[in-house]
Write a protein that binds this ligand. Structure first.
Ligand code: NDP
Length: 329
C-alpha cells in the first residue's frame, strides 16, 4: 500500500528539488518499527536538507524531516506495540535516514521515545527537536550550578523555535529571562512567554567591542553562534556558563580567553541528536511537567507537505516565528 511523502531528489547537475509523491511501502528503509506519522516539525536542519545545503543528505531520493510523532502501525520490537504513540528526534533521521515529511516512516526502535505522560502527538511536535534542545540546555546549565537566584539568563535567536521554547521553559522554572532578537515585531510574543526584557540584536552588536565587557548574564542559551556568541561570552558573570547549541548566524566564533581565565566562564556544547535514551526520557518528562503548550499557541503554525518548501526558505532566512508543524495526512 502506498503513502504520500515529500520526496527530495538531486539531478545529474546536482540540483536538489522536492515534490509530493505517492511511494510504495516496499520502498521504506529497513527498520523494526513502522509508524503512521501524525505530525512532523520543521527545524533549521530541514531547511538545509530540502535545499541541498550543509551536505547533510548523502543518498537520494530522500525524505527529510528530523523529527516526527505518530502511532505505531507495525512492530517487531517488544518495547513498542501497535497503536502506541511515539516521538522521534535526531539520530540523523531526516538526514542520513528517511525522516518525517511523509505519512509513514520505518525506523530502528532504539531511536524512539514513548510519548511522555499527558502529551499528544501534536504537543510532542510543538516541542520537537527545538524544545528538547532547549530543555537539554537548561539541564546542562543547572548541572553547572545555575539557579534562578544566579541572575539574568540571556536567550539568543529568541523568536525562533529553540529560543522561544527556551524562553518559555526558563520563565516557567523561575528564571529572569532576557530575550535577544533581531525582530522587534516579536517582542510582545516573547514577553507573553515570560521574557522579563528584550535585547535588540542590532543594538547589542553595535556596543563597542572590548576584550572583557560589563558582566551581566548569569548564563546564556545561544542559538545563533557567530558574532553574537563571541560578544555575549565577554558579558557573562563570574563562574557563569553558556550553552552553545546553534549556528543560525554562522559557524564562526571570535572571542578571547579572558572570559574563561578571568571569570571562570564555562562554554557548554549541546547536541540533541545522539543523546542516550535515559537523558531523552528525563528531558521529555521535565518538558511535559513544565511547558505550558496552550500558552505557546500563538507561536505555532500548521502546514501540509505541499507548503514545506516555502517554509524551508523562511527558516533558512530566519523568518519563522516559533514552531511550524507539518501534518502529512
Ligand atoms: P529558527 O530558524 O527557528 O531560529 C533561529 C533564530 O536565530 C531566528 O529565529 C532568529 O531569531 C535568529 N537568527 C537567524 N539568523 C540570524 C543571524 N544571521 N544573526 C543572528 N541571529 C539570527 O531555528 P531553530 O530554533 O530550529 O534552530 C536554531 C539553531 O539551533 C539552528 O542553527 C539549528 O541548526 C540549531 N539547532 C541545534 C540543535 C542541536 O542539537 N545542537 C538542535 C536544534 C537546532 P531572532 O529573529 O529572534 O533574532
Amino acid at each position: 500500500m502506498g503513502f504520500r511523502a515529500l520526496l527530495t531528489d538531486r539531478d545529474d547537475a546536482g540540483k536538489v528539488s522536492s515534490a509530493v509523491t505517492e511511494i510504495d511501502e516496499a520502498r521504506l528503509p529497513e527498520g523494526n518499527v513502522t509508524i503512521d506519522i501524525d505530525w512532523a516539525g520543521l527545524n533549521y536542519k530541514d531547511g538545509l536538507c530540502l535545499t541541498g545545503g550543509g551536505g547533510l543528505v548523502r543518498n537520494y531520493p530522500h525524505v527529510a524531516g528530523v523529527d516526527f510523532a505518530g502511532t505505531v502501525r507495525d512492530s517487531a520490537d517488544d518495547r513498542y506495540a501497535v497503536g502506541q504513540k511515539v516521538v522521534l528526534t535526531g539520530w540523523r533521521v531526516g538526514e542520513v535516514q528517511w525522516g518525517g515529511f511523509a505519512e509513514r516512516a520505518r525506523v530502528n526502535a532504539d531511536w524512539l521515545v514513548p510519548l511522555p505522560g499527558g502529551l499528544s502527538t501534536r504537543d510532542a511536535m510543538v516541542v520537537g527537536t527545538a524544545g528538547l534542545t532547549a530543555m537539554l540546555s537548561i539541564n546542562r546549565l543547572e548541572a553547572a550550578g545555575l539557579t534562578p537566584a544566579s541572575g539574568e539568563v540571556l536567550v539568543t535567536g529568541a523568536a525562533g523555535g529553540v529560543g522561544s521554547i527556551a524562553t518559555a521553559l526558563l520563565a516557567k522554572l523561575g528564571y529572569t529571562v532576557a530575550a535577544l532578537s533581531g525582530r522587534p515585531q516579536h517582542a510582545e510574543a516573547l514577553t507573553a512567554l515570560g521574557a522579563a526584557s528584550i535585547v535588540d540584536r542590532n543594538e547589542f552588536l553595535a556596543q563597542p567591542d572590548k576584550p572583557l565587557e560589563s558582566a551581566r548574564w548569569a548564563a546564556a542559551i545561544d542559538c545563533v553562534g557567530g558574532k553574537v556568541l563571541g560578544k555575549l561570552l565577554k558579558q557573562v558573570k563570574y563562574d557563569g556558563a553558556v550553552a552553545a547549541l546553534g549556528n543560525a548566524a554562522g559557524i564562526g566564533l571570535e572571542t578571547n580567553v579572558l572570559p574563561f581565565i578571568l571569570r571562570g566562564v564555562t562554554l557548554i556544547g549541546i547536541d540533541s541528536v545522539m543523546q542516550p535514551f535515559d537523558t531523552r526520557i528525563a528531558a521529555w518528562q521535565r518538558i511535559a511537567e513544565t511547558f505550558d503548550i496552550a500558552a505557546y499557541g500563538d507561536l505555532v503554525r500548521e502546514i501540509g507537505l505541499e507548503e514545506l518548501l516555502a517554509a524551508a526558505d523562511q527558516i533558512l532566512a530566519g523568518e519563522i516565528k516559533g514552531r511550524v508543524l507539518v501534518r502529512p495526512r
